[in-house]
Ligand binder design. Structure first.
Ligand code: SIN
Ligand code: MN
Length: 268
């Protein structure tokens, strides 16, 4: 599936483009049932909320070699619906998945993500260029009260801002420092709530400034994120690299697969 010229223009201008209901209800339900199964697994590929032990983030659902592996995500990352737009957006046929993460922001308990640029962390991972794109897949219907994501349109054009380590999240997470963030908020268009029907996909730039609040609603806000990088932009060696489930070392270029992502029930 190819993005149109006006979709590419929107991405370039705003730093993101919304593709409503790209995945069907059935496909979304299958992804969710897989995450319900995986969230019970005891593994370091899964980060839990500080309170209650509820799954906050599940990594590496797209690979065959992973405790959190899932066939539907393995197919989805290669599907023309996602891979072809990613190839257009970061201008390269040879892409690999930097990581997949599924954020299960559950009703009442799901917690905040402070303002940040994803490339803040990926640069520290050893990636040189920010030409990476993320496909967000809405698995529920995110709302403002339910802790939807907010993007600051055009903020990707600020380039890479010096990040600061956020102690509060309890795991390695770099955020935009508060004084810089106050400047950005007063000088840019209002942050846009990223809401939509389940199955909606949003591609966004690695440097867009974004955040999301606590889920105060009675509804879960589950979302999957697939990060694509060019093989030629793979990270350089760094001291103490983060684990493979967040900084993949599988640099084999992805081949465009099928949009029939429910065909294979089991990986094998
Ligand atoms: C992120 O920005 O990395 C995650 C934010 C969210 O899922 O709300
Ligand atoms: Mn992020």
């Amino acid at each position: 599936m190819k993005l149109t010229a006006s979709q590419l223009e929107a991405y370039e201008r705003d730093g993101f483009v919304v593709l409503p209901e790209l995945f069907s209800e059935e496909e979304v339900e299958h992804m969710k049932s897989e995450l319900r199964r995986i969230q019970k697994i005891d593994t370091d590929h899964l980060v839990r909320e500080k309170t209650g032990g509820i799954a906050k983030t599940i990594y590496k659902v797209h690979e065959t070699e992973s405790p959190t592996a899932s066939a539907v995500f393995h197919s989805a990352v290669r599907s023309p619906r996602l891979l072809e737009p990613a190839q257009q957006l970061i201008d390269g046929p040879e892409l690999y998945v930097y990581h997949t993460k599924c954020n299960l922001k559950t009703a009442i308990d799901g917690s905040v993500w402070q303002w940040h640029q994803d490339f803040g962390t990926w640069h520290i991972d050893g990636v040189k260029e920010p030409q990476m794109t993320t496909a967000l897949v809405m698995l529920d219907e995110p709302t403002e009260m339910g802790g939807c994501l907010y993007f600051i349109p055009g903020s990707h054009k600020l380039g890479s801002l010096d990040p600061t380590f956020d102690e509060a999240t309890g795991y390695r997470f770099y955020v935009v420092p508060k004084p810089t963030m106050l400047d950005i908020l007063s000088s840019h268009p209002k942050a846009v709530p990223i809401i939509g029907r389940p199955g909606t996909v949003v591609f966004f730039d690695a440097n867009i400034v974004h955040s999301s609040g606590h889920n105060l609603s009675g509804d879960d806000r589950w979302q999957a994120y697939i990060v694509y990088n060019q093989v030629k932009n793979k990270p350089e060696q760094v001291e103490q690299p983060r684990p493979d489930y967040v900084r993949s070392t599988n640099f084999v270029p992805l081949e465009v697969g099928s949009d029939e992502i429910l065909d294979r029930v089991q990986i094998g």
